[in-house]
Design a protein. Structure first.
Length: 206
């Protein structure tokens, strides 16, 4: 039994760290700092990652059932939010993240300010599904596919700001049998190692 349910970070949750770099533009004869909202980005050191963010206790189904419900507990850092440092003057952090998304040509918007990857500590997701004829040991987990990048924001011919973005492309959940081959996701293999019995196929291959 294999299955991975996705929940794309489309709307958003997050607190944004505003950095010290400010954009400066020259306004004719009078040189003064003015917002530069139509500058260009140069992206570098783009890094992608995948992290285990939530994990359920081992699911043991003693008799055949057509549905299940399980709580996913946050693991590791909780309340992770997208951040942008070095935001240019007059440019929103959300605009910087949107520009990174366009650069990466992502199918769905990257998570922007206001989005949280998992509930606050003490609040759990409840993962439910009606998936068919289930019996045996299963594991379920949540994951985050993160992305980070450095940028230079140029106003005209001069470099006006340098900064860094940390956000994510996708969050999701998975549910697999401990008797099956391991997940293709790194987070799934770690979840199998943490949850499944030591002699199970998923655990041995994790």
């Amino acid at each position: 039994m294999r299955g991975t349910a996705r929940r794309i970070s489309g709307t958003a949750l997050a607190t944004v760290v505003l950095g010290a770099g400010l954009a400066a533009c020259t306004d004719g004869e009078e040189e003064r700092a003015v917002p530069c909202t139509d500058g260009t980005y140069a992206w570098s050191d783009v890094r992608r990652s995948e992290e285990l963010t939530e994990l359920a206790d081992l699911i043991r189904l003693e008799k055949r059932t057509a549905s299940y419900s399980v709580r996913l507990k946050p693991v590791g850092d909780t309340d992770v939010r997208p951040t942008v440092s070095g935001t240019p003057q007059g440019v929103r952090a959300a605009d910087v993240i949107e520009a990174l998304g366009k650069h990466l040509r992502v199918e769905e918007p990257l998570a922007d300010p206001g989005e949280r990857d998992v509930p606050k500590e003490g609040l759990w997701h409840v993962f439910e599904a009606a998936t068919g004829d289930l019996k045996g040991a299963y594991y379920s987990w949540g994951y985050r596919k993160g992305v980070e990048a450095d940028f230079v924001y140029a106003c005209g011919s001069s470099e006006s700001a340098r900064g860094h973005v940390r956000t994510w492309e996708e969050t999701g959940t998975g549910f697999l049998s401990c008797a099956s081959d391991p997940s293709e996701l790194n987070s799934g293999r770690r979840a199998a190692h943490e949850s499944c019995p030591a002699g199970s196929e998923a655990a041995k291959a994790s």
